[in-house]
Design a protein around this ligand. Sequence first.
Ligand code: PAF
Length: 295
Amino acid sequence: VTKPTDCCRTDDLSALQQAVERWRRAGETVGLVPTMGALHSGHTSLIEQLKASTDRVVVSIFVNPKQFGEAKDLAGYPSSPTEDVERATQAGADQVWLAKAEQVYPADFNCSVQAGGPAVGFEGDGRPGHFDGVATVLMRLFGLVRPDAAAFGAKDYQQLLLAQCLVRDFALPIRIVGCAVVRDRNGLALSSRNARLDADQRRSALAVPQALQRCCAAFATGERNVERLNAIGHEHLTGAGHRVSYFSLIDRASARPLSGVLSASGEGPRLITAADVHGVRLLDTCDLDDPPCPA
Ligand code: PAF
């Protein structure tokens, strides 16, 4: 019996490439949503948004060992391929590619990308080598699938900027589509890592979006001093008992930290934070004039 999703999933790279080739010959455009699986509504919103501007959408599922520093983080990464295929196809994916490690990184794979620019600092400091691994796998996935466009969530803000930087630096004909953070009804940014938190821990994790809200509220009432704005978020998180990796206002295009007094000109700054919440690293971000709201 052929299940409705069987036609849309493959672990065979050449079958995927043939499907992409067929679409291209028919004049259709192709989008790629790179994922590591454990799909949630954040991922499905990427698929839906990309589907709005490309004819076909491929979702890749590959837990990329090169972007994990700690073996236990990699080993503990959640895996739910059957549910993933179901969710992706319901959201409009035309093909879900369950990539095999030996096809992404064959035995004679020798090169790696050294990620600079927006990958420097913050997540780059907290997870050495992480962005080199992300950049390397993205170059490989882009080369294998050859999409016209690829979608990334803004929750991993530096990663989104890195994807834009890669296509610019390597002159790749790929349009990067950045998609807004998706939150649960309490305001917590969706992440595959949230599954590691129990109900009480999830409640205490709400301190993360609240820290962003407090900082935005101070800005809305006139605070323009960057150090004081950063301290507001930092203090809220430490007050809730969470270890803060960073809570920082950054330039939204370069991800460089801001300092001094905010100027009125230019595009508004971005806030990014990462905190250790009961042993789980949670990231969140927003524009300073657009605080996170519960869904
Ligand atoms: O955000 C992720 O899930 C991963 O970093 C990505 C972009 C799929 C690369 O492995």
